[in-house]
Each structure stands twice: as C-alpha cells, then as structure tokens.
Design a protein around this ligand. Structure first.
Ligand code: AMP
Ligand code: ZN
Length: 461
C-alpha cells in the first residue's frame, strides 16, 4: 500500500509503527460557525482512508480535534453576548450532525483543546526547560532557530524567508527574539477565556494544541498526520518543531494533505463570501451525494464544486443504488456459485486503486464497472448464489467509500402528511429549494404528489 508523504514528496510504502495498527491524527475545525464544504473535504477523504485501512484489517485509532478556543470564537461570543463555550459547544454539536449526515464515522477520540490545557502547559514547560522556548513578559514563544529541522515539511528555508521579513522583525511583537518564533502561550486580553499558567493567565497558541492532543491520545510517534494543504505551513511545520523538540523523536511518519475545494473555479473562502455550508447543501441534496462528489476526484487534486458536477454525482450514485436494489429483489435459480472472475478482477482493480495513494476516482470507476456487469449479466437465469455474492461485494466496496446502500425505512402515512405540510410551508416562505427537495425525497420513497384544487394529494407509485 503506497501513500504520498508530503514530508518526502514521494509515494512511499506504508509501514506502520506497530504492526496491524494505524494511529491517525486529523486536524479538525475551529468551531465558530457551521462547517463549510471545504472543511468537509478532509473529513470525508480521511474518513475514507480510515475505512480502507479497516477493510485491510488494521485496527485504526483515529483522533480528530475540535479547536474550541480561538479569536473567531471569542469574537462571535462577544457579538452574541454569551460565553465562548456556548458558541463552541453549539457548533461542535452542529458539526457532529453534519458529519453523521455525510456518514463520517465518529473518531475514536474527539478531543477539545479547552479540556487539554494541563498537557499544553506541561509540554510548554518541557520546551522551556530544553531551551526550545522562552517567556517574554507572559508570552511564551518557540525558539524556531533552536530546532535545526525547521522547514523540513514545507521545504522552506528559514534564512531565505527571514530575508524578506526584516522590516516586520523590527516592528514585531514585544520580546520576540526572532521573526519566525511563534506563540505557545499568550496572556489574556479583557473578556477572553483564560487559564492559569506559570507565565501568565492566558491561553495556548493554536499549534501546541495538536502536538499535545496527538501525544496524549496516540503517543509520541504516530503513523499519519493529516489535514488540508493550507495547514502544511505554518501549522504542521510548527507542530513538528514542538513535538520533535519536546519528545526527541520523529513525530508522524506520513503527512497527508488534501487539495483545496474551489467553487465555480474560484477558491472558496470566507472573505470572498463564496463559501457554502454543508447544511445548505443538505437542503438541496442527500449529503451522500456530497460525499460521492468529493470521492470522484483524487484527494490531492484541487476539486471544483459546481451544480453540474453535483448533478452528475447524484446520477452516478443513483445508478449504483438502483443496481443494488435490483439485485436485492432479483430472484434467480437455485444453483451453485460460479467463479465470477469479472467480479474478483474488479475487486482487485478497486484495491489496486486504493493501494495507490487512495485513488478513489479509479475505485469509484471499478464500482461502476461492477454495477454494469451486474446489470448486464445477472438475470432471473443466474444463480442466487452469484447474485448474492455480487451484491455483497458491491455493498462492501461502497462501505469502504462510506456510501450507504441500505434502503431507507418505508415512510408511514403520518410521516408523509407531515412532510407535505412542511413542503406547503416552505412554498409559502418561498423556499422553493426546500419544497423541491421534500417532493424529490418523497418521490425517492415512491410517493407521488399531485397539486389539485382541493389541496395536495399523494399516492404510492
Ligand atoms: P479550519 O477550521 O479553517 O481550521 O479548517 C479545518 C480543516 O478544513 C483543515 O484541515 C483545513 O485545511 C480544511 N479546509 C478549509 N478550507 C478548505 C477548502 N476550501 N478545501 C479543502 N479543505 C479545506
Ligand atoms: Zn492541527
């Protein structure tokens, strides 16, 4: 199994620290709003990486944090006049709902930064004791030049970078020895959440959180550390410096980074105002469609979000689900299982694609080929054993990608009536997207709506 390691810029054979086990840390979101579909990309792709390791028989310890103390959270709390924990708790819960709707498995542990402050103070003290950090009037900085490997992940040369930043250095923060020194601990400002420490009442810097949570839940050396490519520098570079300086050993063996999600070919960002929340997309589509869309590209490539591509993903997904439904209902003959060579060779194709740095695009095409094979070759004259075998193979491979193939529960009449009422309300509020979604969802359950002069009538197909 090969994966592309940002540290070496090469595809490398995966060799775990401990045989049969995978320890994985994925940087999670800062929780001050609903997550957007850019944040959803690392969640979906690294959940798929996890699922594939599990399919291969590894026991995966998967840790993904919530950054629940941050300037943006504090700002939002001040705007609403509430404690910042109210904001972070609210959006952690909302994020978990979105993750569930995208069929992202719960992490083995979802640590929160605010619950790990003691560990952070301990690591910072350790870095000070070893000469890798210093206290300047209550702010603790990491002494970047003391860590000789600094820049090894992002391939940045600190001297070259420094040359471009002389003027900033002069006007830089108080007490900082060097431009590239970064904050480990900062004193509180009025109205900010804070914790006591040997240096000041204050709060940790962002980078130290991940070094500490990764060490606590996964140990000093882990297999995989992952996140979006924007995190390579400075976040992951700084995590390496902190962890390796403190622990005296290599931090993560493999560094995986997903490419960015663009929207209509423009980089999606909060400042441009062109971002879309997962929640909004969920009003238009089943979020399985979003998941399927994300996996239609290689995780390291940039991916463009557009209505056309979402429609194509919706159709593709339906093709798979329809084939699964058909196989479920197909009544063949009572005969022994045959060799099913095509099926095994497509499973092999799927595995080869995933073994090659998680090439989900090719893995999806192997599933499409299986679907085509089933549609063409499996009929009432096939053996039930073959039908069942092919069905379970398709379902198992879909499950690796996190695609749910189980039929949704049948709606009962009361549910239908309630949904029709919700649709009427949506139409009154001119929320036609929601109204259409409800109609489409009902249709997917075999319920047809008719608008008549006497109101909305429904029937089963
Ligand atoms: P943040 O809450 O900004 O720290 O982001 C949480 C995760 O989402 C990080 O791994 C980011 O790299 C990732 N991320 C943010 N925006 C995008 C985007 N447009 N495309 C892909 N990943 C993103
Ligand atoms: Zn992180």
């Amino acid at each position: 199994m090969k994966l592309f390691n940002t540290l070496t810029r090469k595809k490398e054979e995966f060799v775990p620290v401990e045989s049969g086990k995978v320890s994985m840390y994925v940087c999670g979101p800062t929780v001050y709003n609903y997550i957007h579909i850019g944040n959803a990309r690392p969640m979906i792709v690294f959940d798929t990486v996890r699922r594939y390791f599990e399919y291969k028989g590894y026991a995966v310890n998967y840790v993904s944090n919530f950054t629940d103390v941050d300037d943006k959270i504090i700002k939002k709390a001040n705007e609403e006049g509430v404690d910042s924990s109210v904001i972070s708790e609210r959006y952690i819960q909302e994020c978990k709902k979105d993750m569930e709707a995208m069929n992202v498995k719960e992490a083995t542990t979802h640590p929160k930064a605010t619950e790990e402050i003691d560990g952070m103070i301990e690591m910072i003290q350790n870095l000070i004791d070893k000469g890798f950090a210093y206290n300047a009037n209550g702010t603790v900085y990491f002494r970047t030049r003391a860590f000789s490997d600094y820049g090894k992940l992002s391939k940045k040369n600190i001297d070259e970078l420094q040359a471009g930043h002389r003027e900033i250095q002069v006007t830089g923060e108080d007490g900082k020895e060097d431009y590239f020194d970064f904050v480990l601990w900062k004193p509180k400002k009025e109205g900010e959440p804070s914790w006591q420490s040997p240096w000041s009442d204050g709060r940790p810097g962002w980078h130290i959180e991940c070094s500490v949570m990764s060490k606590k839940y996964l140990g000093e050396q882990i297999d995989i550390h992952a996140g979006g490519e924007d995190l390579i520098f400075p976040h992951h570079e700084n995590e390496i410096a902190q962890s390796e300086a403190a622990n005296g050993k290599e931090f993560a063996k493999y560094w995986l980074h997903n490419g960015f999600l663009n929207i209509d070919n423009v980089k999606m960002s909060k400042s441009l105002g062109n971002f879309r929340t997962v929640r909004e997309i969920g009003e238009q589509y089943d979020l399985q469609v979003l998941r399927f869309f994300m996996l239609s590209a290689h995780y390291r490539s940039p991916l463009n979000f557009s209505a056309e591509l979402m429609e194509a993903s919706k159709n593709g997904l339906e093709r798979i689900l329809n084939a699964v439904d058909r196989l479920r209902e197909l009544n063949g003959i009572d005969a022994p299982e045959t060799e099913l060579k095509e099926v095994s060779s497509l499973v092999e194709k799927f595995e080869n694609a995933m073994d090659d740095d998680f090439n989900t695009a090719d893995a999806v095409s192997a599933i499409f080929e299986l679907v085509k094979y089933a549609n063409v070759n499996l009929t009432e004259e096939s053996s039930n054993a073959d039908i069942l075998k092919t069905l379970s193979v398709i379902q198992e491979l879909c499950d690796v990608l996190g695609i749910i193939t189980d039929k949704k529960e049948e709606f009962i009449d009361a549910d239908i009536e309630a949904l029709i009422e919700e649709r009427q309300n949506a139409r009154k509020n001119k929320d036609f997207a929601l109204a259409d979604k409800i109609r489409d969802d009902l249709k997917a359950q075999g319920i047809i709506l008719e608008d008549t002069p006497q109101g909305v009538k429904w029937k089963r197909m």
